[in-house]
Design a protein around this ligand. Structure first.
Ligand SMILES: [Zn+2]
Length: 294
């Protein structure tokens, strides 16, 4: 793969950097050969090794003329792919500078950061590196086209997309809820505890916070789901997930659950937020397009 780094010189955002890469490789293979891309852009070595206390690292000259990426070899291949993308994001952004002379040492928490407090430059760099990795590993021109075909929300789409892009189910779920035309949210839980929440920009709110119990009224808490099993859609009161913050009237919510190893569950949530006064209009609309829930 041949890439000219000069073409990336004036890119001010992670998205612009990725666009400048894809412009040079219009026939980018899917899954994206992330190591080849990194090696074509000045990374001289990708070391997969035992790392203690962090998931990925970047050692580079201050002028970023060349760099070495470190990847935790205990993590699964899909996670390692994201790590390479994340570190390449630090490498290509000329304003990303590590706190110490040891270089970047990025934890699993850094790799999931999606927002930073104003003024927290270190956290902002992690958010930008994650945006870069997601943009590159789920390239917009391909991913958007595939998402545009999906009228409904379904966990099965996430499984198929994760395989196609060779990415983890969680990274795929995050991108999926972000890009779906319907407002939806994904909740990752383990043994009844909420670990992470991802939501579409117009999904109103998810009340349970990180490390709090999965709400007792939810299908996720009530249902027995075996490993790799995907449930149908279960209707629950929207208040279960939205809490009191949503106002007086809770919409109906629908939950679909994927059972995973070690007590992990991935839950997709959609809402039926229509006002009852619109019911007649709803009947008409129901005839003109497929319904979204089953
Ligand atoms: Zn980082």
């Amino acid at each position: 793969m041949n890439l000219d780094r000069m073409e990336l010189a004036d890119c001010g955002t992670p998205e612009a950097l990725v666009a400048a890469i894809l412009k040079q490789v219009p026939d980018m293979p899917i899954p994206v050969p992330i190591k080849d891309v990194a090696m074509a852009l000045g990374i001289v070595e990708i070391k997969e090794m035992e790392l203690t206390g962090f998931e990925g690292g970047l050692i580079a000259f201050a002028d970023k003329s060349e760099g070495t990426i470190l990847v935790n070899d205990r993590s699964n291949p899909q996670r390692r792919r994201f790590t390479v993308g994340h570190e390449l994001g630090h490498f290509l952004n000329p304003w990303h500078l590590p706190k110490t002379s040891e270089g970047f040492r990025c934890t699993t928490g850094d790799m999931r950061a999606s927002k930073a407090k104003p003024g927290d430059r270190a956290a902002q760099m992690e958010v930008e590196a994650n945006r870069f990795a997601a943009e590159l590993l789920f390239p917009k021109p391909w991913f958007d086209k595939e998402m545009a075909k999906l009228a409904v929300v379904d966990v099965e789409h996430i499984l198929a997309l994760a395989t196609r892009y060779d990415m983890s189910k969680e990274a795929t779920a995050r991108r999926y809820v972000d890009k779906h035309r319907e407002a939806c949210a994904a909740v990752v839980s383990q043994n009844g505890k909420v670990l992470r929440i991802y939501r579409h920009s117009s999904f109103p709110f998810v009340e349970p916070e990180r490390d709090s119990p999965v709400p007792s009224g939810s299908a996720t808490a009530r249902m027995t789901v075996s490993e790799n099993e995907v449930t149908g859609w279960n209707e629950v009161d929207g208040g279960v997930w939205l809490g009191s913050q949503h106002g007086r009237r809770s919409p109906k919510a629908f939950e679909q659950v994927l059972g995973q190893q070690n007590g992990f569950r991935l839950t997709l949530i959609t809402l039926d937020d229509d006002d009852p006064a619109d019911d007649e209009e709803d009947v008409e609309r129901a005839w003109s397009r497929p319904t979204f829930h089953r």
